[in-house]
Structure formats: structure tokens, C-alpha cells
Write a protein that binds this ligand. Structure first.
Ligand code: OOG
Length: 226
């Protein structure tokens, strides 16, 4: 873990490290695509043994279409997500609710540079909140997503079930937190950017040659093959 060798790695320093990593991606030509929230559900906090909400940055290169190449990843995991599409620039965090142009079910592929996904909060923040890839289903008009039943299937077998209510009681709270954190960091969420509200369930290992489907009641499904 980074915190084992860097005694000064507190949360603010960890976000500096995260920002430096994103800057390297930007120099390689990647563009900012949105924000991901982490540990917004008890299921994830318990799974990972941490106790605070974190955020990370998404880039266009992380967006997965129908096939994800996981061969270059270390030990990928997948988790079901509620995704918000930003429809216009959010210069004031308080305006984020009305800036939402669409809602979709999605998934996040996590990968961690730490053995066994064992980390402290600053470690995982420095590792951009384990962000590796993400996929989004068909967009639906903005709606109440406080209690959407969610299903994660791998190869036709249900591996996780949950409700979006697990995400801070209502994923819109994660959206508001994302807007607040982004504005505080001097980042403007723009039209076309996405916000991943955080997993409603624990994450599961994502093997090669797997078929993943995430379904949200009333929001349809999104599928990906590895
Ligand atoms: C960190 C990322 C957590 C979530 O949805 O809670 C996260 C990890 O579990 O490796 O994205």
C-alpha cells in the first residue's frame, strides 16, 4: 500500500496524487468524462472495510462498449450502478438536480493496484477510487430512482441483487455529492458528462470470457462480454 511507505498520505494528499494520475492520462490524450462516487452504499463499505464516501474521475478512454478487454487488468471486479447524464454545465453544485438530462443503469469495472483490494481510504483515493472502466445502458428521461431494484448477472446466473436505495438512501444524494466535490475541486461538470452514483451491491470478480448483465427495474439492461 502507498500509505505503508508514505506516512504523510492523508486524504487531501491522496486527492493530489489522484489528480496527478488524471493529469498523466490527460497528457496521453484522454478527456474528462465525468465523476464516479465510491462507498456510497453500506454493502461496499462493509466489503472494503472503509467508512467514508470517496470520488474519482472518469475519462473517455474508460468507457466500454459491448466488449471489455480485461486481459491487461490486474484483478478486475464489476458492480452495478445508477448513472446520471449531465445535460448542461453545472457551475453551481446546487443546480445539479435540474441539469440531469438522463438516467441509465450501468456498471463499473474496478481494478486496484493493491494486492487483494486491501487499502486504506487514502490509498484507494490515490488509486483514483479503483476506476478502470464503465458502461452505460440506454438513457431514460430523468425520474425518481430512489428505489430501483437492481440485478447483476454473470453468465446468466444472478450474483448480486439490491436496491438503488442502498446508495445513500437515494442515488440523487450521490449526484449532489459529486457536484459538490467537483465544484470544490474546480471541475465543471459539462453537458455529456456522466456521474456514477456508486455500487448498490458488493462488487464481484470479473473473469475473462464472461457475459455480464446489469438490470434496473424500469431502466432496462446493459450487457458486456469480456
Ligand atoms: C473502490 C471503489 C468503490 C463503489 O461503487 O463503492 C466504488 C473499490 O471498491 O475498489 O466504486
Amino acid at each position: 500500500m502507498l500509505s505503508a511507505s508514505e506516512a504523510g498520505l492523508d486524504v487531501p494528499v491522496a486527492y493530489d496524487v489522484q489528480r496527478a494520475g488524471i493529469e498523466l492520462r490527460r497528457k496521453r490524450g484522454e478527456r474528462f468524462a465525468g465523476v464516479k462516487m465510491g462507498f456510497t452504499s453500506r454493502a461496499k463499505m462493509v466489503q472494503m472495510g472503509v467508512d467514508d464516501v470517496i470520488w474519482g474521475q472518469l475519462t473517455d478512454r474508460m468507457l466500454v462498449e459491448s466488449a471489455a478487454d480485461v486481459s491487461g487488468l490486474i484483478h478486475p471486479r464489476v458492480e452495478p450502478e445508477i448513472v446520471f447524464l449531465i445535460g448542461r454545465d453545472v457551475t453551481r453544485a446546487a443546480d445539479v438536480d435540474t441539469a440531469v438530462a438522463g438516467i441509465a443503469v450501468g456498471y463499473e469495472i474496478l481494478d486496484s493496484r493493491y494486492d487483494g483490494f486491501k487499502f486504506t481510504l487514502p490509498d484507494v483515493i490515490a488509486d483514483n477510487a479503483s476506476a478502470s472502466g464503465f458502461g452505460v445502458g440506454a438513457w431514460h428521461s430523468p425520474r425518481d430512482v430512489a428505489n430501483v431494484g437492481m440485478l447483476l448477472e454473470i453468465d446468466g446466473r444472478v450474483v448480486q441483487t439490491g436496491s438503488s436505495a442502498a446508495i445513500l438512501g437515494d442515488p440523487v444524494r450521490a449526484l449532489r455529492a459529486a457536484a459538490r466535490l467537483a465544484t470544490d475541486a474546480g471541475i465543471v461538470l459539462r453537458a455529456g458528462d456522466v456521474v456514477l452514483a456508486g455500487a448498490a451491491t458488493a462488487a464481484v470478480p470479473l473473469p475473462k470470457d464472461a457475459h455480464v448483465r446489469v438490470t434496473g427495474a424500469g431502466l432496462g439492461s446493459v450487457e458486456v462480454t469480456t
